[in-house]
Ligand binder design. Structure first.
Ligand SMILES: CC(C)(COP(=O)(O)OP(=O)(O)OC[C@H]1O[C@@H](n2cnc3c(N)ncnc32)[C@H](O)[C@@H]1OP(=O)(O)O)[C@@H](O)C(=O)NCCC(=O)NCCS
Length: 184
């Protein structure tokens, strides 16, 4: 299966069921790669799932089937409102290596730019080479502050699903694609 024939939508409350399906699939199939736990999300009421759509969520569909997801969370303080964090990045295994992940990232980046975000950030497990490679290829650079903190990324308080420390790298990219390299 290739990445063509997929559509990506900024979903609204009427598509909450697709959100639930693909997000739970991500947490169930890749528990070590996300900071959230499947059990916590599985327990959410439909209302709580809908509330999470107050922040933008993008889903890739193959027909009616959700096959990929990402979302964006804007920093709340007015001083930091030009920054946002990309979250929940996931593409179903059968669709990896097809370019779909890049399309999802473009969708979320375009939206970020439209709402005035200048800097995009994300956190990735230090033990996730495919995602790190993907983000770096897409122009994300390791956060300078993060590299000073070492591979733990200062996130020593976060725990994985099995309770072990969740070593994470912080990666950053300017939302305006001026030049990723010129931003540091
Ligand atoms: C992260 C993710 C969305 C990327 O999608 P993808 O379709 O795999 O991405 P791409 O194929 O475009 O890029 C992955 C890159 O990693 C490389 N790669 C794959 N497995 C790798 C591995 N084990 N070690 C090193 N590099 C690897 C690929 O060759 C490719 O690099 P290339 O373009 O230079 O060949 C997808 O892998 C995924 O859903 N992973 C599980 C969830 C996850 O990790 N989410 C991120 C949470 S922060």
């Amino acid at each position: 299966m290739d990445g063509s024939g997929t559509t990506i939508r900024h979903i609204q409350a009427d598509e909450v069921e697709a959100f639930r399906r693909i997000r739970l699939e991500a947490l169930r199939t890749e528990p070590s790669l996300f900071a959230s736990r499947y059990e916590d999300w599985e327990a959410l009421s439909l209302e709580e799932w809908r509330n999470r759509l107050n922040e933008p969520v993008f889903i890739a569909f193959q027909g009616d089937e959700p096959v990929g997801i990402t979302g964006l969370v804007r920093q709340r303080s007015s001083k930091m409102a030009h920054r946002a964090t990309i979250i929940m990045v996931y593409v179903r295994r059968s669709m990896r290596g097809t370019g779909l992940a890049g399309k999802l990232l473009s969708a979320v980046t375009d939206h970020a730019r439209d709402i005035g975000i200048l800097q995009l950030e994300l956190f990735v497990s230090a033990e996730n080479p495919a995602a790190i490679r993907f983000y770096q290829r897409e122009g994300f650079l390791r956060d300078r502050q993060d590299s000073r903190r070492g591979s733990g990324g200062g996130q020593g308080d976060r725990r994985r699903h099995d309770g072990s420390p969740f070593g994470r790298l912080g990666l950053t990219r300017m939302a305006q694609r001026i030049s990723a390299c010129a931003t540091y």
